[in-house]
Design a protein around this ligand. Structure first.
Ligand code: ADP
Length: 247
């Protein structure tokens, strides 16, 4: 299978704090990668470097046809192309409160990507159906539940037509009864063949959806492999300890 994402030697420090020491992994096209690890281990930072929201200090990231060596200066056009490869879903939705659901979804395509508005609206309607919110297009964020808002966030990321979807603990800010709907949407995307990297504490979800699991510890990928291996028969004591703590 062709890799859609390859990461080699990724490093990132904040001042004296070295968060990512040497992260390397591959994500084949059409597969789901779940990223697990203790709080503060650098999962969010790693995800943010994949979208250049945080700029890596070093490391080479290839996404699709775009390759960036972060140890070298990166020109703006390359960085823009790099960023456009991936769509990011955050812990909480960050929707524009004074815009309708539909307006929130078309904002990026129309303003950033300069796509024709009519086309963006057609796209947005399809995406809202896909996340189960076709009926909510004209409502405002405050009229939606947290889970529905999060699903708008997913539609908004998809609207930019990325090749890779990144999720940063997409359900961690939700009430327990709202988690299932969001996870179902992510499962549907997996079934549709989306390539995704998902930072999650939902181990059962990772077990069901992920093709590979990365356990991040001490700034490196300490262990990776299919969920049955990493979650079921971890080879490192640190992985076992982590799983015992959260299960
Ligand atoms: P995780 O997602 O695994 O909980 P994070 O990537 O959020 O971990 O954080 C890893 C470490 O980096 C933490 O110690 C955190 O405080 C630190 N950190 C994250 N972002 C910043 C930042 N912008 N400035 C300084 N320190 C940061």
């Amino acid at each position: 299978m062709t890799d859609l994402l390859t990461v080699r030697g990724l490093r990132k420090s904040f001042g004296d704090l070295q968060v990512l020491r040497d992260i390397s992994f591959d994500v084949p096209a059409g597969t789901v990668t779940a990223v697990i690890g203790s709080s503060g281990s650098g999962k969010t930072t790693m995800l943010r470097t994949l979208n250049a929201l945080d700029r890596a200090d070093a490391g080479v990231i290839d996404i699709g046809s775009v390759s960036v060596d972060f140890a070298q200066p990166v020109d703006r056009a390359t960085l823009a192309r790099f960023r456009a490869q991936s769509g990011m879903v955050f812990q909480s939705h960050n929707l524009f409160p004074h815009r309708t659901v539909l307006q929130n979804v078309i904002e990026g395509p129309v303003i950033v990507q300069k796509r024709p508005k009519a086309e963006a609206i057609e796209d947005a309607k399809v995406l809202l159906e896909q996340v189960g919110l076709g009926e909510k297009a004209d409502q405002y964020p405050y009229q939606l539940s947290g889970g529905q808002q999060q699903r708008v966030g997913i539609a908004r990321a998809l609207a930019l037509r990325p090749t890779l979807m990144l999720f940063d603990e997409p359900t961690s800010a939700l009430d327990p009864e709202l988690v299932g709907d969001v996870l179902r949407v992510i499962k549907d995307l997996a079934a549709d063949g989306w390539t995704m990297v998902i930072v999650t504490h939902e181990i059962r979800f990772a077990q069901q959806v992920a093709d590979q699991v990365l356990f991040i510890d001490g700034g490196v990928v300490l262990e990776s492999g299919p969920p049955a291996q990493v979650l079921g028969e971890p080879s490192h004591a640190r992985t076992r300890q982590f799983l015992q703590r959260i299960l």
